[in-house]
Write a protein that binds this ligand. Sequence first.
Ligand code: FE
Ligand code: CA
Length: 529
Amino acid sequence: MTIIGRNKPALGHLLDRRALLLAGGQGALLAALSSAPAFAAPKFLDDPFSLGVASGDPAPDGFVLWTRLAPKPLEAHGGMPAEAVAVGWEVAEDDAFRRIVSAGTAIARPELAHSVHVEVEGLTSYRRYWYRFVVDGIRSDTGTARTAPAAGAQLDRLRIAVAGCQHYERGLFTAWRDISQQPDLDFVYHYGDYIYEGKAAGPSAESKVPVVRRHTSDEIYSLDDYRQRYALYKSDPDLKAAHAAAPFLSSFDDHEVENDWGGDLDSSSTPPEVFLLRRAAAMQAWYEHMPVRRGQFPRGNAIQAYRRLDFGRLMRVNILDKRSYRSIRLCEKPGDGNCVDTRDHPDTMLGETQERWLGEGLAGGSTWNVLGLGGLVMPFDRSAQKVPTNGYDNWTGYPDARERLVRMIADRGLKNVVIAGGDSHMFFIGDLPSRRGDLESPAVASELHATSISSNSSNGLPIGPDPRLATNPHMSMIHDQRGYLLCDVDAKKWTASVRVVDQAFKPGGVVSTLARFVVEPHRAGVSRL
Ligand code: FE
Ligand code: CA
C-alpha cells in the first residue's frame, strides 16, 4: 500500500524537492515517485509493530507520529533486513478511519533502526485525531492525539500527566496503564529515565529490593545495546498503551546515558573524549525511540532537546535539558570520579545559551509558564535522614544556577511559574523560596516533583509521614510511593492529583489519588485541597 502524501516528506525522504519544484505540481510528484528507487518489501511473519506507536510534540496544525519496525525486538536490528522499507501512515477524524484527512509514506531506514518519524501538518487546531501505520498489509495499533490550540487562542482547560523514572526490573508499569486510561489527556510530559543502563540484576540485588523482571544484557554502551534496551522497555504493554493514548513531550535525564552524567563527563573517571562516544550512541538511540521533531535530530554527538511548546494562551511549556550543559558536579562522596570538592567559577545547570533562551521565553503572555525540569529545584534540608546524602546531582549541587533561576522569575514579576519534573523517585510538592538560605521566604514558583513509575528510592525511610517535612517548611508533601502526577489546568487554577500505586510488584496494582494540590496563576506556591 502506497499513499501519496499530502504532507511534507518525512525526514530523509528520497524525493529531491528541488527537482519537484522545477518540474512543478502533482504530476511531477507522481512521476518522481514512480522513478524513485524501489524499497525493500519484506514479508513479516511476526508483528513488525511490536514496539507500538507514539505521537509527540503537538502543534496547532499537527504532531509527530512515531513507530519502529521490529518484528523480533530483542534480536539484532530488531529482526529487520539491512534495507530501507516504506511504511504507510494515515490520520483520521474518527477511530474507525472513515474520514482520513492525511496520509503518506515514510521510509524506515536501517541507519535509524527502522524507526519512523512523521511530522503531520495541515490539521485543525485543538482537535482529536486517530492514526496508524501499515506495512506489508499489516496494520499497527491505533493511537490518538489532539492538536494544540491555535496560537493566541483562549482555551478553557488542559489535562496533562507528569511521569518518568521507569526502571524495568524494579516494578511493573502499572502507573502507565493508569495514564493510558485517563480520558482526554492533552499530553504526557516525560521527565526522563525512560530506560536504565545497568546490567541485568543478579541474585544479590534481590536481597535489597524485589526484582520483578530482568534486563536482558550487561551494562549498555554501544548503539545496538541502547537500541535493544529501548526495545525491551517499549515491549511493555502498559507503556505502549500510554503512548497510544496521548502525545508525549519527551526529554531525557541521566539513565538514558549513564547514572549522574553531566556535560561531557560520566560519574566514573572515564576521559571525556571516550565518554562522548557512549553519549553519542545513547543520544542517537534516544532520538530513534522518541516521538520528537527534526529539531531533535542528533548532530555531531549531541541533541538539542530544549524547546518550547505553546498551548494557546493557557500554557507555555519549556522543555529543558538539565544534563548536556551543566558544569562539573560536586563530589557526592570521597572516591567519586569526574567531580570537584569546591567550585572556582559560578556553576551552571542549563548552560549560558539555554539559560538566556529560557529568559527570553519567560516574557509572559501565557496564563501558565511551565518549566520541564528534572532534579529537585527546591532546597531540601536532609538533616532528619538516617543516612545523610548531599543530593548534589540536583539543584542543591548548583546553587548559583538556582539563584539565577529564582532571580529570572522574580525580575519578571511572574507568579505563574510551575516547575514540573521528577528524578528523586519520591513526590516533592512545595514552594521554591525567593530568598537564598531562607526556606520560609515567600514562594517565587511552585514545584510539582513527581515520583517514579517503577524505580525505587534509596532513602530508607518508611512509607507514611515523612520526618523530613518538619525541617522543610516550604514543602507540602514528601511521599515515597510509585505513581505520577495528573494535572487539570484552567485559567483560574492548576489542580495536581498525586496518583499512587498500592504495589508495583505484581499485576493488578491499584492506582488511586492520595492528595490534591492547587496552584493559582496570580500567586506563586501550592496549597493542599
Ligand atoms: Fe530515575
Ligand atoms: Ca535521574
